[in-house]
Design a protein around this ligand. Sequence first.
Ligand code: FAQ
Length: 343
Amino acid sequence: MYTQSFNVPDGSDEAKSAGLRAVAKPLTASEAALQAQFDTRIDADGKIEPRDWMPEAYRKTLVRQISQHAHSEIVGMLPEGNWISRAPSLKRKAILIAKVQDEGGHGLYLYSAAETLGTSRDQMLAALHSGKAKYSSIFNYPTLNWADVGVVGWLVDGAAIMNQIPLCRCSYGPYARAMIRVCKEESFHQRQGYEALLVMMKGTAEQQAMVQDAVNRWWWKCLAMFGPPDADSPNSVQGMRWGIKRISNDDLRQKFIDATVPQAKVLGVTLPDPELKWNEERQHHDHGAIDWDEFWSTVNGHGPCNKERLGTRVKAHNDGQWVRDAALAHARKQQQRNLKEAA
Ligand code: FAQ
């Protein structure tokens, strides 16, 4: 359904002409040479690998974005996980278990990608658990009924794919490679959600109303997932100059809207925006205003489920301490046995 090409224009020329460099003032001549090498590789659309020299700000930006992304996948397991025990059939239950498990896997690839930048998983988790690190705003809203599970698949995973396909071309190799598999799996997630909704829309008037109600509650939140408008996005220009982000927040949001409108039509639901209409001149849909105050309030910890989500994650981490202790004890024993055998 989402076939966004891997080689869409990335707008980086704009950033280049703005004269942005990876680091403003290299400290030494050898650093300046390394910086020049790095810039040349970025300009040539090459990949940066873990052992390559990179500016500290590039490393920091990647750790910030990749760890936030990992946290989003892990916290993102919770709204749908809540419905595994209440799925309406064995088939739906099996699909949902597989999906939620995939999200856990995505979190783990992404933590591993971030670890290659020299930040430990413990550090990243500590930042999440203390509320210092961000995760996607979308997972602070509740899934009230089964239609919400379908809508999360259709719209939340749909928005995630739109955002993540360009990340397959990210300049940092481990992140780009992780995203290829993540995107393939997200595509299955999006389709299963859409298919579940198609079935409900062929059902009773009550089921149809449930789908419409869920779309009404999730639509605007999904548009905010792409991040603040470009003019208010402090990280975008540099992120695009470095080839980490390839398409801006607003452009991705527009692509998502344009792709979703025909899908809503096939499904038979109305997207809850009276200002949503095709603009012949722009060849895009115009849309109404997003409530950025609500977005920031949610990002800053005051959404409907922030406390519950973080509390659940911290509890799961603490409850799992014995597993980590046991694994470490086993590894130590194994190591001692190997040493004894080698002696
Ligand atoms: N929520 O300057 P920008 C998924 C923050 S995974 C919370 O534009 P940037 C799979 C941003 O971090 C969904 N915070 O930042 C799934 C920054 O704060 P900071 C997650 C947000 O990095 C599906 C500040 O606002 N996907 O859904 C949000 O250039 C179903 C200023 O923003 C990713 O993480 C937000 N929505 O662009 C799982 C993809 N938006 O860090 C389960 C990778 C912005 O300076 C079920 N990430 N902020 O303190 C990205 O592409 C980028 O980081 C953006 C933000 C586009 C999210």
